[in-house]
Design a protein around this ligand. Structure first.
Ligand code: F6P
Length: 552
């Protein structure tokens, strides 16, 4: 099916009337302080908040007025956001440069739904794979599936990188509370041998199952690690080739490469080219997640994703959480000059959530040309980063509070803790509330002086405030909540990319380094001094490494 949404936004972004109006408007807003915005509107904290599917978003601490929000919503309309959302859900090939549909939403569509790609309803296919994953997980978790020597599988190692790693690791950590504590889960991604060596050093090959996760099954790092895993496993199992079938499964779209590697395609869990790597944690790439938390929890996670998908598709833009988050990120980036977004989960289980979001957001929206290949003349994807609160408070928050840069923050917190220890959770939540309050309102020179601070110290103790933040609260971190949170960010990324008019679903920027690395490997490993044709810096670095290598 051809892309039909192109007609919607005829004008380049900066020529759209809402963009121009936002530009003028931003000059006025620059002078307003959140202190004044709250003082003149006592209801602001309740008014600029929206709840959907159990996620509560308070966006009142952003430097926006009602006019700002109306203009941003107008920009979304002028940019054809609604049509773009519909196009995605209809299975159109909105990933223009790869000529692919973008249908991670189909991965969580309920049984009986219909989403058609090239004449085929893909929802039954999705549920077939889910059923295969369920059967496999049940067999491993019950102990029915044993290793080659008859021992139960106690250790599960996912080998993958990028989207085939970050989602599984993040979900495992996030949902560890719900996980099977009898089994060990590890994740090997880096081609640095240390990653593999440390992952297996205390494990028995007879009890270890590897999941080789790779959409393409050609990714260099994953293939190097998978071959090392095979050697390690075979060495521990008497070199018997038939042991591979019991200790290796694959998750991939590439059946022929999987069988070339030696994994029986019946031990392969498939997915499809319309699932982008960074949008794949809810596909078979989530097999390790299902093994850890069980099929029921995994399905609850999918339901959470789906609840936000439906909200994104149907809610009016002004009450639409992902749309509002996306528009605010765009406002902060393009009109207030922010370069980054800090994601600050006040939940230790979400410690890998910022790392996961880095790929989701930056591989999606780190683009310099529009869908039509013309150079953009505005900033695109901001840098996402973060650490769990409260640790970040004692590290980089100083710069957020008193540095010279504007760093919008997303605070994430939950009402009910999963580990209730005395009053830990009250202290945690007091901190998240305090940080958002301090960033927004700061502390004036007069307030500091009134505390008896000596004059010379006053400037150092002033907090300018007026630092924007979103607060995202939910009742508890459950599998369903995690699905909702991830879908919230996925669709916020979509919203931003749709307005920037870029392809949020390709990733050509990772190709050049891959190609050059493949050229350098034989130069490094050549037994004779190679002829090097790089620049003088790269040539010297390669020669230096070859020297180290000879003396190692
Ligand atoms: O880094 C580029 C990339 O293609 C990501 O988009 C993807 O998630 C990752 O590599 C891994 O790819 P694969 O699952 O094909 O091994």
């Amino acid at each position: 099916m051809e892309v039909v949404t192109e007609a919607v936004k005829e004008l380049p972004l900066m020529e759209r009337s809402a963009w121009k109006a936002l530009n003028t408007h931003s000059k006025k807003i620059g002078k307003l302080h959140l202190r004044d915005l709250f003082a003149t509107d006592p209801e602001r904290g309740r008014r600029l908040a929206v709840e959907a599917a159990g996620l509560y978003l308070d966006y009142s601490k952003n430097r926006v007025t009602d006019d700002t929000l109306n203009l941003l919503l107008q920009l979304a309309e002028e940019s054809g956001l609604r049509a773009r959302i519909e196009a995605m859900f209809r299975g159109e090939k909105i990933n223009r440069t790869e000529k692919r549909a973008v249908l991670h939403v189909a991965l969580r569509a309920p049984q009986g739904a219909s989403i058609v790609v090239e004449g085929r309803n893909v929802v039954p296919d999705v549920h077939d794979v889910l059923q295969k994953m369920t059967d496999f997980s049940n067999r491993v978790r019950s102990g029915a599936l044993t290793g080659h020597t008859g021992k139960p599988i106690r250790n599960i190692i996912n080998i993958g990188i990028g989207g085939s790693d970050l989602g599984p690791v993040m979900a495992y950590e996030a949902l560890r509370h719900y996980s099977d504590r009898e089994r060990t889960f590890r994740f090997v991604s880096n081609v640095d041998g240390t990653d593999f060596a440390e992952a297996v050093r205390d494990l028995n090959p007879a009890e270890t199952l590897f999941i080789v996760s790779s959409k393409t099954f050609t990714t260099l790092e994953t293939m190097v690690n998978a071959h090392t895993a095979r050697e390690w496993s075979l060495a521990g199992l008497g070199g018997e080739l038939k042991s591979v079938a019991r200790h290796f499964v694959a998750v991939s779209t590439n059946a022929s490469e999987v069988s070339k590697f030696g994994i029986d395609p019946k031990n392969m869990f498939g997915f499809w080219d319309w699932v982008g790597g960074r949008y794949s944690m809810d596909s078979a790439i989530g097999l390790s997640t299902m093994l850890a938390i069980g099929p029921d929890h995994f399905r609850a996670m999918l339901e959470g994703f789906h609840a936000i998908d439906e909200h994104f598709r149907t809610a009016p833009l002004e009450r639409n959480l992902p749309v509002l988050m996306g528009l605010l990120a765009l406002w902060n980036t393009n009109f207030l000059g922010a370069e980054t977004v800090a994601v600050l989960p006040y939940d230790q289980y979400l410690k890998r959530f910022p790392a996961y979001l880095q790929q989701l957001t930056m591989e999606s929206n780190g683009k310099h040309v529009t869908l039509h290949g013309t150079e953009v003349d505005y900033q695109t994807g901001p840098i996402y980063w973060g650490e769990p609160g409260t640790n970040g408070q004692h590290s980089f928050y100083q710069l957020i509070h008193q540095g010279t840069r504007l760093i919008p923050c997303d605070f994430i917190a939950f009402g009910r803790p999963l580990n209730q220890l005395k009053h830990h959770h009250d202290v945690l939540i007091a901190n998240v509330c305090a940080q958002a309050e301090a960033l927004a309102f700061g502390k004036t020179r007069a307030q500091v002086a009134a505390e008896g601070t000596p004059d010379w110290l006053v400037p150092h103790r002033v907090f300018e405030g007026n630092r924007p933040s979103n607060s995202i609260f939910a009742e508890q971190l459950t599998p369903s909540t995690l699905g909702k949170l991830v879908a919230l960010y996925e669709h916020s990324v979509f919203t931003q990319g749709a307005i920037w008019d870029i392809d949020s679903f390709d990733q050509w920027g990772v190709e050049l380094g891959k190609i050059l690395a493949k050229r350098i490997i034989p130069e490094i490993e050549s037994p004779v001094e190679p002829m090097l044709g790089h620049d003088s810096s790269t040539n010297t670095l390669i020669r230096r490494y070859r020297d180290y290598r000879q003396t190692a």
